[in-house]
Write a protein that binds this ligand. Structure first.
Ligand code: NAD
Ligand code: WQD
Length: 337
């Protein structure tokens, strides 16, 4: 079975591509490499001993995307490609709306034209906004608070409208919580460009000596230790969730929404401490003001994915830190190392 993976050179896309290849799927990766490198795909090929048909292509190139789908043989698409930096989306909203929404529309038009109607979409827990009741269930009201999050919410609406209009479509909206970790080999992992926005890559860069200390955004939240609580999920558990969703879509039509999280919240200080235990030395940190737009607490109720897909996350915070650290230690400068 041939699957198109948009954004397959990126962090979550490369780990999912690896799992797809191991499960016997043939994979075509479409990526414009705006936030990734070709090296990740080469390493996935090396790890699996299987080829990836890589196409350097921008989703904004509607003709190019249509020509790719016209080649035929695709049964499904997993759509990771998008821009994801929250702060940048506030500064450059048009870039985010164009890339994420127009890019998705181009993909959907090409899929429709060539009768490929199974889609797994990378949504995000960010669609729930910052003040929902915990744990978050899929029926909770959506209230994204920044342009990036609104692109996810709007794409969810577009995909729901599409399924309502044409019952031949099968679409999974996967709402990821906080993806972290790396493949256990330490050969592929997350390689943020510039200063990392997210906690785990920042801690890992401190641990490897690229940065002096972690800045902890806020220690006055109404949580046990005053720092923000999140539902961190290992990227390989997340990858497995995509295969489970793909299996579900094979014989069911309609739109499905699933949280992909562990259901467990961890505070910033717990993560810093666990990472330090893994590295064998404490990670230096300093408290600073809250980061604007941050929720105090966010964690999933992942029971719908268990009930419908038989999927749940198995790896704990310790393993997330161990695998993240193995990748960072082996590749101190990411894929450039
Ligand atoms: P990533 O940046 O590593 O991967 C995204 C990939 O898409 C990159 O390889 C990038 O080059 C590519 N891309 C972007 N715009 C493109 C375009 N117009 N045409 C072709 N390729 C394009 O990000 P990731 O962490 O792997 O995230 C994958 C998806 O999951 C994204 O849609 C993201 O919004 C979503 N998501 C990520 C997180 C997270 O914390 N990492 C959480 C929730 C949802
Ligand atoms: C986690 C916790 C921070 C960095 C973001 C996006 C979300 C989704 C996942 C794509 C928070 C604290 C962080 C640092 C810190 N992405 N922190 N110092 O904010 O939960 O979610 O990534 O969809 O849309 O918003 O993740 O890793 O940035 O933060 O103290 O240097 O760590 O305040 O409590 P977040 P994060």
């Amino acid at each position: 079975m041939k699957v198109l993976v948009t954004g397959g050179a990126g962090y979550i896309g490369s780990h999912t591509t690896l799992r797809l290849l191991q499960a016997g799927y043939d994979v075509v990766v479409l990526d414009n490499l705006v936030n990734s490198s070709r090296e990740s795909v080469l390493r996935v090929e090396h790890l699996t001993g299987r080829p990836v048909d890589f196409r350097k292509l921008d989703l904004l190139d509607a003709r190019g995307v249509d020509q790719l789908l016209a080649e035929g043989g695709f049964e499904a698409v997993i759509h990771f490609a998008g821009l994801k930096a929250v702060a940048e989306s506030v500064e450059k909203p048009l870039r985010y709306y164009e890339n994420n929404i127009v890019g998705t529309l181009n993909l959907l038009n090409a899929m429709e034209a060539h009768a490929v109607r199974q889609l797994v979409f990378s949504s995000s827990a960010t669609v729930y906004g910052a003040s929902g009741e915990m744990p978050l269930i899929e029926k909770a009201p959506l209230d994204a608070t920044n342009p990036y999050g609104r692109t996810k919410e709007q794409i969810e609406d577009i995909l729901s409208d599409l399924c309502a209009a044409d019952h031949r479509w099968s679409i999974a909206l996967l709402r990821y919580f906080n993806p972290v970790g790396a493949h256990e080999s330490g050969i592929i992992g997350e390689d943020p460009s510039g200063t990392p926005n997210n906690l785990l890559p920042f801690i890992a860069q401190v641990a490897v000596g690229r940065r002096e200390k972690v800045i902890v955004f806020g220690n006055d939240y109404a949580t046990d230790d005053g720092t923000g609580v999140r539902d961190y999920i290992h990227v390989m558990d997340l990858a497995a969730g995509h295969l489970a969703a793909l299996g579900h879509l094979a014989d069911k039509n309609g739109v499905f929404r699933w949280n992909l999280g562990t259901g467990q919240g961890s505070s910033v200080l717990e993560v810093i401490e666990t990472f330090g235990l893994v590295v064998g030395k404490p990670i230096p940190f300093q408290f600073a003001a809250r980061r604007s737009g941050d929720a105090a607490i966010s964690y999933a109720d992942p029971s719908a994915a268990l009930a419908d897909l038989g999927w749940s996350a198995h790896r704990d915070l310790r393993q997330m830190c161990e695998d993240h650290w193995r990748w960072q230690r082996k590749n101190p400068l990411g894929y450039e190392s």
